[in-house]
Design a protein around this ligand. Structure first.
Ligand SMILES: C[S@@+](CC[C@H](N)C(=O)[O-])C[C@H]1O[C@@H](n2cnc3c(N)ncnc32)[C@H](O)[C@@H]1O
Length: 293
């Protein structure tokens, strides 16, 4: 626990979390943003998102498996293997909104298993200390524990502390199922651009809207009926899972998100599947990439 303790001492702890409900009329002058299907004042979203992930942290991995019937594992495998971490030698990676460390573990395993790389390292960054605690506990059971290859950091993706996350310092930035929870996606993207080295890759795995009408109907039924029900049964928390499902529907389309990536300064492929983005499972999830020039 020493590594994590020292880390927590050096970073501000999360504010106490309270579930803050929808905007009231007194906030009518404030900038607003989406929180699932609700519109809330921008400055309240962060605490609301923290509340969601505090609530689900201890059951997050179990619920991920239940909600996706294990498919999230395949998407994450595909995401990481498409990036080939370690192929060009050891990499300095940052996994933002990294939660319980699913992507970090895959990056380290991929580099070791494919390139005998035991030097690449991943810094897992998340705004939620309870998700990080789960990740830390999980890594204790791996060979990476207590090595320079893994570390956990509590910070906001929109404003990574410069003294800790320096300009031009990472070879790979990953964010999986995280950016849609952030209040300002442009701020996250501009921080990603800042911390990456020129020539380095930004990669985002996120849910997507499904175009195929039949698949879309099935997906909606599953998302809005089964997932909140599973949340209630497995964690006693319907509200958080309702939010997670709603937030997926609010995420921009692949061309719109590719434009946001370019607006942050990255170069992307053309606006087609297989270039700026790659659809997974008929577009239920999507990998977006950009390169810092
Ligand atoms: C759905 S989880 C994804 C976790 C992990 N990447 C995975 O794929 O399993 C979303 C994560 O985003 C984190 N998060 C939300 N807003 C954030 C922010 N502004 N900065 C950093 N992390 C954030 C949450 O705390 C949560 O751990």
């Amino acid at each position: 626990m020493a590594l994590y303790r020292s880390l927590r001492q050096s970073l501000p702890l999360a504010r106490p979390i309270a579930f803050i409900r929808c905007a009231s009329s007194s906030h009518s002058q404030q900038k607003t943003t989406s929180f699932g299907f609700q519109t809330v004042p921008e400055d309240e979203k962060e605490a609301m998102v923290k509340s969601v992930f505090n609530s689900v942290a201890s059951k997050y991995d179990l619920m991920n498996d239940a909600m996706s019937m294990g498919v999230h594992r395949l998407w994450k495998d595909e995401f990481v293997s498409s990036l080939k971490p370690g192929r060009r030698g050891p990499m300095n990676c940052i996994d933002v909104a990294g939660g319980t460390g699913d992507i970090a573990l895959r990056i380290l395993d991929f580099a070791r298993e494919n390139y005998a790389d035991r030097e690449s390292c991943v810094q897992v960054v998340d705004i939620n200390d309870q998700m990080l605690e789960e990740g830390y506990r999980r890594f204790k059971k791996t060979m990476y524990h207590n090595t320079p290859q893994i570390s956990f950091h509590e910070a906001n993706a929109q404003q990574l502390p410069k003294e800790k996350f320096a300009d031009n310092s990472y070879d790979l930035y990953t964010i999986a199922f995280g950016i849609r929870n952030c209040t300002s996606m442009p701020d996250v993207l501009s921080e990603a651009y800042r911390v990456l080295k020129p020539g380095a890759t930004f990669a985002c795995l996120e849910f997507n809207k499904v175009d195929n009408p039949l698949l879309s109907t099935l997906y909606d039924q599953f998302s809005f009926s089964v997932i909140p029900l599973l949340g209630t049964i497995l964690t006693g928390d319907r509200v958080s899972y309702q939010y997670l499902v709603e937030s997926i529907r609010r995420f921009p389309s692949p061309p719109d998100f590719a434009k946001m990536i370019r607006d942050a300064g990255f170069v992307t492929g053309k606006d087609i599947d297989g270039a700026a983005w790659t659809n997974l499972w008929g577009g239920v999830a999507c990998i977006h990439t950009g390169v810092k020039v």
